[in-house]
Design a protein around this ligand. Structure first.
Ligand code: ATP
Ligand code: MG
Length: 333
C-alpha cells in the first residue's frame, strides 16, 4: 500500500512564499508517490481567532485555491476540512489523557507563538493544547510523512510520543509519523523577522499581483548598517538576498549582486528590482492557475467536498480501530 502524507495549513489567510518552500513544494513533488491528504485546519485557526469566526469560510476557500494554484492535483490529493471530520475532535479528547500539562508547557513553538499573540485574558486552553489536536489530525489518517516547516518539528515530536504511548497502552493501531522539512525550513519575513507568517503581516502571498509584490519588495528590510548605496553591505542575514538565493534561478546574477553589494557598488533599489523580477516570474504560473480556479468556485467546492468525504471515511475506519483498542467499542446487545 502506498505510504501516506498528511499535512495542512490554518485558514487564517492566503498562503505565502514561506508555505511554498516550507511545505507546499514537497507536497507537489510527492503527490504521485504518496497517498496525500491536506487538511485545512479551521478548528486550529479558531484557537487564536475565535473572536472572528466569520473569516473562516472565505479563508478555507482561499487556501484551497492556493493548493490548486501551486499544482496539487485534485485527482490525487484529498483536500479535507478539519471541522467536517468530527472524529478528529473525538480522537483529540482521548489523546488529552496521554499528555501532561508540563509537556504542553515546554513546547517551544507554542511558547514563542504565545509571546507573539496578544491574549489579553490569558492563553486559551484550546491554543495551548493545539499540539494535541494536531497529533489527532496526523494520526487519524495514519500518516507516515508530514511535510512541514521547522516551527512544526515539536508538534511532530509530540505526535510521535502520543502514538508510542497509545500503542503501548492499548494496541498497536497508530502509525508513528516522520517530519519532512522543505528546501527552506524557515523563510524569514519581509521585515527581517525570523519567520514569514500570516499572523505577523510580513508576507508575500502566492496570489499577490505584480504591483503588490513590487510594494512589498521595495519596502523590505535590508541591511540596517548601510546608509548610502556606496557603503559596503551585509549579504548574510539580509532577507533580500535570502529570497534571491531561493527564488532567483539566475545564480550568476545573484553572485554578481552579492559581490557588488559587499563592495558598495550596487544600491538596494537595483537588488530589489532584480528580486521583484524573479518573484514575478516565479509567481506568474501560480497566479494564472489560481485565476482559472477562482473563476469556477463550484468546481473548487466540489473538490473540497469530495476530498473531505474520502478523508472522513478513512478517519472513521481508524476510529473504529481506536475504540476497539481502547475497549470502548460497546455494542450493548
Ligand atoms: P499563522 O500565522 O496563522 O500561524 P503561518 O504563516 O504560520 O500562519 P501555518 O498555517 O501555521 O502558517 O503553517 C502551515 C505550514 O507552513 C506549516 O507546515 C509551517 O511550518 C509552514 N510554514 C509557515 N510559514 C513558514 C515559513 N516562513 N517558512 C517555512 N515554512 C513555513
Ligand atoms: Mg503557524
Amino acid at each position: 500500500m502506498a505510504k501516506r502524507i498528511l499535512t495542512g495549513d490554518r485558514p487564517t489567510g492566503p498562503l505565502h512564499l514561506g508555505h511554498y518552500v516550507g511545505s507546499l513544494q514537497n507536497r507537489v513533488r510527492l503527490q504521485n508517490e504518496y497517498d496525500t491528504y491536506v487538511l485545512i485546519a479551521d478548528i486550529q485557526a479558531l484557537t487564536d481567532n475565535f473572536e472572528h469566526p466569520e473569516n473562516l469560510a472565505a479563508n478555507v476557500f482561499e487556501v484551497a485555491l492556493d493548493y490548486l494554484a501551486v499544482g496539487l492535483d485534485p485527482e490525487k490529493v484529498k483536500i479535507v476540512v478539519q471541522s467536517m471530520v468530527p472524529e478528529l475532535s473525538e480522537l483529540t479528547t482521548y489523546f488529552m489523557n496521554l499528555v501532561t500539562v508540563a509537556t504542553l508547557e515546554r513546547n517551544p513553538t507554542v511558547k514563542e507563538e504565545i509571546k507573539q499573540r496578544n491574549f489579553v485574558k490569558g492563553v486559551p486552553v484550546g491554543f495551548w493544547s493545539y499540539p494535541i489536536s494536531q497529533a489527532a489530525d496526523i494520526t487519524i489518517f495514519k500518516a507516515d510523512l508530514v511535510p512541514v516547516g521547522e516551527d512544526q518539528l515539536p508538534m511532530i515530536e509530540q505526535a510521535r510520543e502520543i502514538v508510542r504511548r497509545f500503542n503501548r497502552l492499548y494496541a498497536k493501531v497508530l502509525v508513528e509519523p516522520k517530519a519532512m522539512l522543505g528546501s527552506v525550513a524557515r523563510l524569514p519575513g519581509t521585515d527581517g523577522g525570523a519567520k514569514m507568517s500570516k499572523s505577523l503581516g510580513n508576507c508575500i502571498y502566492l496570489c499577490d499581483p505584480p504591483d503588490m509584490v513590487r510594494k512589498r519588495v521595495m519596502s523590505m528590510f535590508t541591511d540596517p548598517t548601510r546608509i548610502h548605496p556606496t557603503d559596503p553591505g551585509h549579504v548574510e542575514g539580509n532577507p533580500v538576498f535570502t529570497y534571491h538565493d531561493v527564488f532567483n534561478p539566475n545564480k550568476a546574477e545573484v553572485d554578481d549582486l552579492k559581490e557588488r553589494y559587499r563592495k558598495g557598488t550596487v544600491g538596494d533599489v537595483e537588488v530589489k528590482q532584480r528580486l521583484y523580477d524573479a518573484l514575478v516570474n516565479f509567481l506568474a504560473p501560480i497566479r494564472e492557475r489560481r485565476m482559472q480556479y477562482a473563476a469556477n468556485p463550484k468546481r473548487v467546492y466540489e473538490i473540497i467536498i469530495e476530498g473531505t468525504r474520502k478523508g472522513r471515511t478513512l478517519a472513521q475506519t481508524t476510529m473504529d480501530e481506536v475504540r476497539t483498542a481502547m475497549k470502548i467499542a460497546y455494542k450493548f446487545e
